[in-house]
Write a protein that binds this ligand. Structure first.
Ligand code: ARG
Length: 459
């Protein structure tokens, strides 16, 4: 005799270690709200279709309300014996509503039930995450708006390349997060599919009204294939994959903030409330938040590898392996949410060292391309101009000078096309204002991009 809800065909009780090993309650208890919501919809539908009576449905719906309260007041003891959240809720319902609770699982299996619960949960979390990401975009755009005139060196290969507006650099991240949000929005459509009614895998003999359940739960569509409904975890893989890309964007920004706040760069200071000290070196102020976000990116990418490996080669339909999908999913949701939140707040606590940024543009021949462009403006072909500008850099390096410091005589040695107006041509401000191509760092372009984003975000 076995006391389990599924114990009918078993004559021996489960090994204690197996019971512990098999249980998922510690992880899936967070689905209790979704599970109850799904069950209420299922009951309403069954009453409507006269699979159970309206009275039975009302009793059970009221009972589920009580169970919810009990869970929220920590009055239910979770135990490995009851395996997962679905069985805990059914058991607790039995205690508050009596024997009629045994009807709740009519026309349903835990296989479609868990698929439904995760979808209900993830729809809500995806919305929250999108809102948080929009909040972070606002922080980016506000900072860009505030520092529209700040010029910094743009880098390639982490070598100073050409001056750019600091706000242009920030708006590059705005674009990345915009795509991240679009990916989540798109993935939401595929999460928003109602699987209940697939039962174990083949559908059910009861006249379920799946459209009605879908309406009650505010899903956009019902799933079309019962086998797929209980086998599909694409939506989890897709969500974690988008989360990984978003975290990678955060990790790149983190790396930059860490570099910029070092004494070597000194482009920014992160406020004391978002940094920490060292237990041994009194002078230290460490950019821990950025470092942790960079580190946590590894967890989320790990979660992606975990879910992909978990699903690889699984035969249809449900397999118990799939119970392992929740840890990587929940960890991804939690990690992404806290990282986005902490970043948004940290952004209001970053000070920009405008002079350090622009000073860094004065060394390292960032105007070499513009010297070549100057020669082109005087009629020289770009390849030749590039070569002359290269020679100018080599010459200046040798003399310990920057291009602005070369005399006209020295320039004339390189090309007699060069006149006095070269000095006005290769200034930092001119380098920015001449970058007029759409999407470039020109003052007008960037101002327009920032204002457009601010308008869209309402900041
Ligand atoms: N706890 C299970 C999970 O999370 C629920 C589904 C169990 N289904 C089953 N046939 N044992 O996947």
């Amino acid at each position: 005799m076995n006391e389990k809800l599924w114990g009918g065909r078993f004559s021996r009780s489960t090994d204690e270690l197996v019971e512990k090993f098999n249980a998922s309650i510690d992880v899936d208890k967070r689905l209790y709200g979704s599970d109850i919501e799904g069950s209420i919809a299922h009951l309403k539908m069954m009453a409507k279709e006269s699979i159970i009576t309206q009275d039975e449905a009302d009793t059970l719906i009221e009972g589920l309300g009580k169970v919810k309260e009990q869970i929220e007041n920590n009055e239910i003891e979770f135990s490995a014996g009851l395996e997962d959240i679905h069985m805990h809720i059914e058991d607790a319902l039995g205690k508050v509503a009596g024997d009629v609770a045994k009807k709740i699982h009519t026309g349903r299996s835990r296989n479609d039930q868990v698929a439904l619960d995760v979808r209900i949960y993830l729809k809500k979390e995806t919305r929250l995450i999108i809102d948080l990401l929009v909040g972070f975009q606002k922080a980016l755009v506000k900072m860009a708006q505030k520092h529209l005139d700040v010029i910094m060196p743009g880098y390639t290969h982490l070598q100073r390349a050409q001056p750019v507006l600091f706000s242009h650099h920030l708006m590059a991240y705005y674009e990345m997060f915009k795509r991240d949000i679009a990916r989540f929005e798109d993935c939401f459509k595929r999460i928003d599919v109602m699987p209940l009614g697939a039962a174990a895998l083949a559908g059910t003999t009861y006249p379920l009204n799946r459209e009605f359940t879908k309406e009650v739960l505010s899903f956009s569509k019902v799933s079309d294939n019962s086998i797929d409904s209980v086998s599909d975890r694409d939506f989890v893989m897709e969500f974690i994959s988008h989360a990984s890309i978003t975290m990678i964007h955060f990790s790149r920004l983190s790396e930059e903030l860490i570099l910029w706040s070092s004494s070597e760069f000194s482009f920014i200071s992160i406020s004391d409330s978002f940094t920490t000290g060292s237990s041994i070196m009194p002078q230290k102020k460490n950019p821990d938040v950025a470092e942790l976000v960079r580190g946590k990116t590894g967890r989320v990418v790990g979660n992606l590898v975990c879910i992909l490996t978990l699903m690889k080669s699984l035969p249809l339909a449900y397999n118990k392996d799939m119970q392992e999908d929740k840890e990587p999913l929940f960890d991804t949701v939690d990690t992404l949410k806290i990282c986005t939140d902490v970043y948004t707040r940290m952004f209001e606590n970053i000070e920009i060292h405008k002079n350090r940024m622009v000073d860094a543009c004065k060394q390292g021949f960032l105007n070499a391309t513009d010297l070549a462009d100057y020669l082109v403006s005087k009629g020289m072909a770009f390849r030749n101009a590039h070569s002359i500008a290269g020679q100018a850099v080599a010459y200046a390096l040798n003399k310990g000078k920057e291009l602005d410091d070369l005399t006209l005589e020295e320039y004339k040695e390189l090309s007699d096309l060069i006149e006095k107006d070269v000095y006005g041509f290769i200034t930092i401000d001119k380098m920015i204002s001449r970058r007029i191509s759409y999407g470039g760092t020109g003052f007008d372009n960037v101002k327009k991009a920032v204002n457009k984003a601010a308008g869209e975000l309402g900041v």
